[in-house]
Design a protein around this ligand. Structure first.
Ligand code: ADP
Length: 378
């Protein structure tokens, strides 16, 4: 195939590149002229297959395609275009013969953006093309802005989450190197504890990121279904609560643990422990300053194990219920000095779902939050 070229190459004020597909050569020529006059680059093809082949080299800003064509027809061509994630946002306009209402309905049901009935008014064509291009450009600009904001947010979160423990490790290690001769044993132990805490926080961060990657790639789901065993939740929960007692005490938070029965679920201990840790950690973290209270309950109800973690902390607005389960999302991070990168609940939700369960939230701003995990009993 000779290298395709767009028309109107010399014009500096180009509105966009359009791929026009139709087996009617007279129509191809007429529409090309029309678009050309309105400063569009036009690339033409006479069937879906050759149009697709062109798109390997050139990505158009918009596609106009006839429906009935020899070989790959317009619907098949549309399908093939939408299969490629890189082409998913390209506006697609179908051309159809007058009176073919079913064509129009089918086109829309496939997800086409618009249609033009042949023969059409030149102005209609230009208006539709310009409107679709304008819309897709606005969406792309908004998406770019969203991505930029997300990048900025990630840089802020990660630089804080990396810098804080690193500064602590580096600072205490330097002090110990320079002055340990003049320090008593207690001071040295305290400093080493700080170094260990900082290192642990970094290890946790890396582990959570690795877990996210393993979850996304399907490894975690596969592990749970293939290697899952019976797991007793009570001893696991007791251990997690013990682990958090010192942190809770430091923050003046009481933990009240109530366990009834001995629910056993099928799954993987380390992942279920991760869920418990994230919920308990958040309960303690988001208690109000001063005295806080975290209530943890484990019980069975029918064929379900139910774990409830309630706090009387800052609460979550209903509008944010979904957002907090989205990766790297944190509410009011700039106002709340909180540790974490916004991964805890994403991991918890996914891990619970991989175990066939669900996680629900009830919360009221300034009153507290309750996270309720349902898991099928083994
Ligand atoms: P992180 O590990 O950064 O805390 P999470 O995914 O665990 O991230 O939580 C996401 C966000 O949800 C938190 O940053 C916080 O804004 C909100 N959140 C989670 N748990 C609670 C809670 N118990 N009370 C109030 N807000 C919470």
């Amino acid at each position: 195939m000779s290298e395709p070229s767009f028309t109107n190459d010399n014009d500096l004020d180009i509105q966009g590149d359009i791929l026009l597909v139709d087996d009617d050569l007279a129509l191809l020529e007429a529409v090309t002229d029309l678009l050309d006059v309105s400063n569009f680059h036009v690339l033409t093809a006479t069937d879906g297959e050759s149009a697709l082949a062109m798109m390997d080299d050139y990505t158009p800003d918009l596609i106009i395609s006839d429906i009935t064509m020899p070989g790959m027809d317009g619907y098949q061509f549309f399908d093939a275009v939408r299969q490629n994630p890189a082409w998913i946002t390209i506006p697609f306009i179908f051309l159809t013969a007058r009176g073919q209402q079913t064509d129009i309905r089918t086109g829309y049901s496939l997800g086409a953006d618009d249609y033009l009935v042949k023969p059409f008014e030149p102005d209609d064509l230009i208006i539709k093309v310009e409107a679709r291009l304008k819309r897709v450009r606005a969406i792309r600009a908004a998406t770019r802005q969203e991505v930029d904001n997300m990048k900025q947010q990630l840089i802020t979160i990660f630089s804080h989450e990396l810098r804080t423990p690193l500064t602590c490790i580096y600072g205490y290690a330097n002090l110990l190197q320079e002055d340990h001769d003049s320090m008593d044993d207690r001071t040295v132990t305290q400093m080493l504890d700080e170094v260990a805490d900082g290192a642990e926080r970094l290890v946790r961060l890396v582990e959570n990121l690795m877990l996210l990657v393993r979850m996304d790639s399907g490894v975690v789901g596969m592990e749970i279904s293939r290697y899952g065993v019976k797991v007793e939740l009570s001893p696991l929960l007791k251990r997690v609560v013990e682990l958090f007692q010192p942190i809770a005490a430091m923050r003046n938070v009481d933990i009240d643990l109530q366990i009834s029965g001995d629910p056993i679920v099928s799954g993987m201990k380390n992942y279920l422990e991760n869920v418990m840790k994230n919920l308990v950690d958040n309960g303690i973290k988001f208690c109000k300053h001063g005295r806080g209270h975290v209530q943890i309950k484990l019980e069975t109800d029918g064929d379900q194990a139910i774990l409830t973690v309630s706090d009387d902390g800052i609460g979550i607005a209903e509008a944010d219920y979904e957002r907090i389960f989205v990766r790297f999302e944190q509410i009011n991070r700039h106002e709340m000095e909180q540790q974490g990168v916004g991964l805890g609940l994403t991991l918890a939700k996914n891990l619970v779902e991989f175990h066939g369960g669900s996680i629900e939230l009830q919360s009221e701003v300034d009153r507290g939050s309750t996270f309720c995990v349902h898991l099928p009993l083994a």
